[in-house]
Design a protein around this ligand. Structure first.
Ligand code: ZN
Length: 400
């Protein structure tokens, strides 16, 4: 406690009033949530005065982020405040990129987070220069073939491992063998676009908050669990996705899970990532003769076609994922917990298994497990992750 000097009111941050940047973001999000919507109603939804909303909407229309909806306009004589406005899905776009252990995905997304077109390419090598070097040609190709003259506002890159979003650096991605890779600066230089990066789960949680099926809950308190070849977690409270002072929040790859003996690259056994990673499942499915190509998709396809052993393998994984989910429910007690896992995305049986295991193992039981849902972006998880990082920036500061 400080002695001898009293804290004065002017020393403290002011409460309540929003700056112009926050107001603009609030208006764009209100239009995203409620559009088509009259300007007068935007003012109520964004809790701003009609006069300031009118000015902001004008700027958003000018930038091609918002458009008037003529067909829904009222009869002649009705004033402009009643002409509905909506998100403009045709004038601007963002690039979403994703780097997985085996391939790079690059996509063009509109302002509603919809994937307009995407390209995927397996890595020729895992060297950062080769992997990152392949991205600009895809960006150029997508803009040429599918851009239709849209202005591209930015590029978001999602990947696994430890990502320092503030510095734009992949601090460590053990499965790729990357350390201290300044991916943000490299891609900004090569594409000329503003670039931001983040982990899979933080990116996808932002996507859930903007466009997801439980966006309202995700803007309150939420947890996101991503399970691919890498496993990571993100959580949000009060709508803000937590990064942590070292940008390391959500690194659960080596969380020990009960009932698993799979050896991990870290030297221990029973780590979550080693147990549930797609590579582990593919290896086992190949050994059991369930699939012919080393692709996780082939295993889910086989289960969907009714292969009992394929479904059993995916259910076993879902049980392990459910144990991790139980722990996350107990830690955070969120309004919603979203799982992005390709088994649970496509097979209702697997999602039910995750929920049942979570209910059986978490302290709050069934009540807590009821908030567990599958990703809102099934089939487009990877391009959406990258795109959401760029779109989160657009919706936070639309005129920046
Ligand atoms: Zn480990």
């Amino acid at each position: 406690m400080r002695m001898g000097s009293t804290t004065r009111r002017d020393d403290l941050p002011r409460a309540g009033s929003r700056g112009p940047r926050e107001s603009t973001g609030a208006v764009l999000r209100a239009i995203l949530d409620h559009g088509p919507i009259a300007r007068s109603s935007v003012a109520r939804a964004a809790r701003l005065s009609a006069a300031s909303v009118s000015g902001i909407v004008g700027s958003l229309v000018e930038r091609g982020l918002v458009r008037e909806v003529p067909e829904a306009a009222g009869p002649p004589g009705v004033g402009r405040p009643h002409v509905p406005v909506d998100i403009d899905p045709e004038t601007v776009a963002v690039v979403g990129a994703h780097i997985s252990v085996s391939r790079v995905t690059v996509a063009l997304l509109d302002l509603r987070g919809r994937v307009l077109a995407q390209r995927q390419e397996p890595h020729v090598s895992r060297r950062p220069a080769d992997v990152l070097g392949s991205v600009p040609a895809h960006v150029a190709g997508l803009r040429r073939d599918h851009g239709r003259g849209r202005a591209v506002l930015g590029l978001g890159l999602a990947t696994g491992g430890w990502v320092d979003a503030a510095r734009g650096v992949v601090v460590e991605h053990p499965l790729l063998g990357w350390r201290a890779v300044p991916a943000g600066a490299v891609l900004a230089e090569a594409t000329g676009l503003p670039v931001r990066l983040d982990t899979n789960s933080r990116a996808l949680l932002k996507a859930e908050q903007l466009f997801g099926g439980a966006a309202r809950q995700a803007r309150g308190s939420a947890v996101h669990l991503f399970v691919g070849n890498v496993v990571d977690v993100a959580f949000a409270t009060g709508g803000a996705v937590h990064q942590g002072p070292r940008s390391a929040a959500g690194a659960v790859a080596h969380l020990p899970v009960e009932g698993c003996a799979e050896p991990c690259a870290c030297g221990r056994a029973g780590c979550l990532q080693a147990a549930v990673s797609e590579r582990t499942l593919v290896r086992r499915a190949l050994a059991e003769g369930l699939i012919r190509e080393p692709e996780f998709r082939a295993l889910v396809d086989a289960a969907e076609r009714g292969s009992g052993p394929a479904l059993a393998l995916l259910r076993e994984r879902a049980r392990l994922v459910g144990r991790a989910v139980a722990l996350l429910l107990d830690l955070f007690d969120p309004e919603v917990l979203v799982v992005a896992e390709r088994g649970a995305d496509r097979l209702p049986d697997c999602l039910a298994t995750v929920r049942a295991e979570a209910a059986a193992r978490s302290s709050a039981g069934q009540a807590a497990a009821a908030c567990v849902r599958s990703t809102s972006f099934g089939g487009a998880v990877l391009p959406t992750a990258g795109g959401a990082i760029a779109l989160d920036q657009v919706y936070a500061a639309p005129l920046a």
